[in-house]
Ligand binder design. Structure first.
Ligand code: AHR
Length: 514
């Protein structure tokens, strides 16, 4: 047997064995690149200091956008960027953020620490950033405290070729309309976006979206504010009352210990905390299934997309940072949440067409952290980078046989448990025929010898990259920015038509098969 052959050549470290079966003949849908979307809110230092420093800053910048962050995001191939919130969106009045910056009114960011917002980053700054990054903008409209007129005019300002708002845009220096595909009609309308009942919001949604016009062939993709986690009634009501008027319905799911009290430290946690986190993160699959089942009843042809436009880890703020700014460090634990969540999204792209991790810089599970002129890329950034190859590739199902572990349940009552697989896997075929497999060994102590049955695929060469660390709390800091970063991976080899991969503990690997 293959495993017998291999144990002879591998060191005798504590090691498990897992099997993966690739099913190249059962190709699924294309994984939309928008699954790899990002989110930027006016919150803490996400915008100011993170993305934007202004043209007069001593920090090297291009038209006000910091160069280091800009380059890192270009390298990441960000497909879509959501803005301006979040909760902030439902208190944002877009006209405050256009015209000469010195004339823009200041406001208080009531949701996020009472910080003064000077509106120097507004519609032009956001949409020009998207053009620089080559990504689709996703703009969240203010339904909670805005008006229908304000919403309608914003769409006109951004996308119309002529008319009063288009003329105002031209006066402000932008001749051509921007291309804006995605608009969100409200955010968390059951909570910070207005504390509405589903029935009331469904009617408001119908009304607001009516006046969001598609100008000059710019077809809008309209996304209704959806449920937080398991609010299935919300989804039911929205689908029943407004499905025919929406292109997408959102879902927010955070890997968080709870909404009251401490959420736990981002950097100091036990092994049990880590395994609990993996279970909570994987519970998103169940959440997606339950919402999808409701959507299937009202929309069996799956015309309406499920848009997971907020997801990721949520820990206590770093000690010493501003309360309400949601600045948290990012360790290998977060990297696993990124990998396992993306694996789940890949499986459900018949319904999920976009996902936006919260958030891109300096907030929650960010890709990038900045401090003055310094920048670090987080372990989560590197997962997104290693997984980039799955963007717009055809999903290939995989079966996994691996050891499991009983962990505290994510949603269950105290004492309830769930089964956590110790190996995560996903695969896809790129347009040029290259097959990519990503594997995640969540075991903190044991290596895993993974045998991949290639399902008859004729593979001549294997290359790989690995993200690993000695300790699950390892992270990049401003003092040690390269503590965790991907490296070439050499421990995968072809053997009698199968692929044998030796994964160290705490490791995430992406393999390229040609
Ligand atoms: O991402 C932080 C906040 O989480 C968002 O503003 C809100 O939509 C959610 O509650």
């Amino acid at each position: 047997m293959l495993s017998v052959v291999l144990t002879a050549v591998l060191p005798l470290a504590a090691q498990r064995e897992s099997q993966v079966r690739l099913q190249p003949g059962q190709a699924g849908p294309v994984i939309p690149k928008e699954i790899y979307g990002q989110f930027a809110e006016h919150l803490g230092t996400c915008i100011y200091g993170g993305l934007w420093v202004g043209e007069n800053s001593a920090i090297p910048n291009t038209a006000g956008y910091r160069n280091d962050v800009l380059q890192a995001l270009k390298d990441l191939k960000v497909p879509v960027l959501r803005w301006p919130g979040g909760c902030f969106a439902d208190e944002y009045h877009w006209m405050d953020g256009i015209g000469p910056r010195e004339n823009r009114p200041r406001m208080v960011n009531n949701n996020w620490g009472g910080t003064v917002e000077d509106n120097s980053f507004g519609t032009h700054e956001f949409l020009n950033l998207c053009e620089l990054l080559g990504c689709e903008p996703y703009v969240s409209m203010n339904v909670g405290s805005g008006t229908v007129q304000e919403t309608a005019q914003w769409v006109e300002y951004m996308t119309a070729a002529d008319g009063p708002m288009a003329r105002l845009r031209k006066q402000n220096g932008r001749e051509e309309p921007w291309k804006v595909k995605y608009i969100g009609v409200g955010n968390e309308s059951w909570g910070c976006g207005g504390n509405m009942r589903a029935e009331y919001y469904a009617d408001l949604y119908r009304r607001y979206q009516t006046y969001c016009r598609s100008y000059n062939g710019n077809r809008l993709f309209k996304i209704a504010s959806g449920s937080g986690e398991y609010d299935l009634d919300w989804t039911e009501t929205l689908m029943k009352q407004a499905a025919d008027r929406m292109d997408g319905l959102s879902l927010h799911y955070y890997t968080v210990a709870g909404w009251s009290g401490s959420k736990g430290s981002a950097t100091e946690f036990t092994d049990e905390d880590f395994y609990w986190t993996m279970g909570k993160c994987l519970d998103i699959e169940n959440c997606i299934r339950e919402h999808s089942a409701i959507m299937d009843r009202y929309d069996p042809k799956k015309r309406v997309a499920l848009i997971v436009d907020e997801w990721g880890t949520w820990w206590d703020e770093e000690p010493g940072t501003v309360r309400g700014h949601l600045y948290q460090q990012n360790t290998m634990r977060d990297a696993f949440v990124a990998a396992l969540s993306l694996n789940v999204f890949h499986k459900y792209t018949d319904r999920i067409k976009m996902a936006n991790i919260a958030q891109v810089v300096n907030v929650l599970q960010s890709m990038i952290l900045t401090k003055d002129d310094k920048m670090v890329l987080t372990p989560s950034y590197y997962v997104f980078q290693m997984y980039n190859v799955h963007q717009n590739a055809t999903f290939l199902p995989v079966d996994v046989w691996c050891e499991t572990r009983r962990v505290r349940a994510a949603m269950g009552k105290d004492g309830e448990q769930r089964t956590l697989p110790m190996l995560g896997a996903t695969a896809s075929r790129a347009q040029d025929g290259t097959v990519h497999i990503s594997l995640a060994n969540v075991d903190l102590k044991n290596a895993d010898e993974v045998t991949v049955d290639l399902g008859g695929l004729d593979v001549k060469s294997v290359n790989g990259r690995i993200l690993t660390a000695a300790d699950i709390s390892d992270r990049n800091t401003f003092e040690q920015p390269d503590a965790v970063k991907p490296a070439d991976f050499k421990d995968a080899r072809l053997h009698r038509g199968k692929l044998v991969v030796r994964m160290p503990p705490i490791s995430i690997v992406t393999l390229e098969l040609k």
